[in-house]
Write a protein that binds this ligand. Sequence first.
Ligand code: ASP
Length: 350
Amino acid sequence: MSAKIFILYTGGTIGMAPSNPSDPKSALEPKAWEQLAQYMPSIQSGGYFTKKGITCSYHSFKTPIDSSQITPEHWIQIAEEIEANYDDFDGFIIIHGTDTMAYTASVLSFIFQNLGKPVVLTGSQLPISHSRTDAINNFSNAIHIAAAGVFGLPVIAEVMICFHDRLLRGNRSSKASTNDFDGFESPNYHPLGRLGEHIYLNQNLIMAPASDQKPFGLTKKLNTNVLDISIFPGLKPCTLRRLLDDKEVEGVILRCFGAGNAPMNKKFLDVLSEASSKGTLILNISQCVKGKVNMHKYKVGKKLLEAGVIGGSDMTKEAALTKMMWVLANVKKAKRVQSLCTDLRGELSY
Ligand code: ASP
């Protein structure tokens, strides 16, 4: 058994080094792929993975970036690179900074249509050149998932994040720690797998791959006329109105309390119902990391429903925001509300 893996290096801490080589404490900046690859002898010719029959093909952003600089244009570039190489490879690894990895994983899950192969995002908390780096563990684990067949593992045709000792569905993940090696969580969906001494993949949680009959493709338009607003006690309705009155704003992620609750005063509700009656989509997700929005549970939630607010169930902020960008750009007006509350790629449960 052999496998061909496409590796795209976009940047991130994994490939960073101090900007001043003589000062190890100077700010980290992304370096070229060649500097990173030298720390992975297992992928070089004659290394462990190549001996196993895994051939890797390396591609890099022209200028690797800190992932805090990622833009929707980069997302489309990543998607197009995968599309252009889709038929020639068995699996895809995207090396990415951790800051926005969950946004990239989420948006790719919506952009890809009929995905039939693994797409694994990984990175690290410490640069690969560091003596205690987590990069080699993460990268090696990602190769096992991308080249699953070689290791007798099931092939998972999803966009995933492989980090520390867990495999997570990309659009269920959030960055949870700035410094722990266990940097990501999937608060509302069990990990797809665990990678400890042994690799366990939970086949019951994995999405069925697209049928061979349906060709892989991209639906890659994104509409960035969106806002992400977190409500708080004391938020002035007039402040909210100023934000929602912006003619460009077409979709809003409203991060509410608990099961999707918000102030019930008339001024606040008027702002929301006026915006939604003008056609602005307002998607309610919870500020709680765990659990879901249920606007039928409390009277205040019901008021939000009446004001036209849409329930986002248990979506992460990253999935909700990127889904909004994707739905606004690709779904006909009459179907948008339904699409936002429908499970499109395993990003929500009812
Ligand atoms: N700032 C870095 C990035 O997201 C953090 C990391 O990779 O861990 O690119």
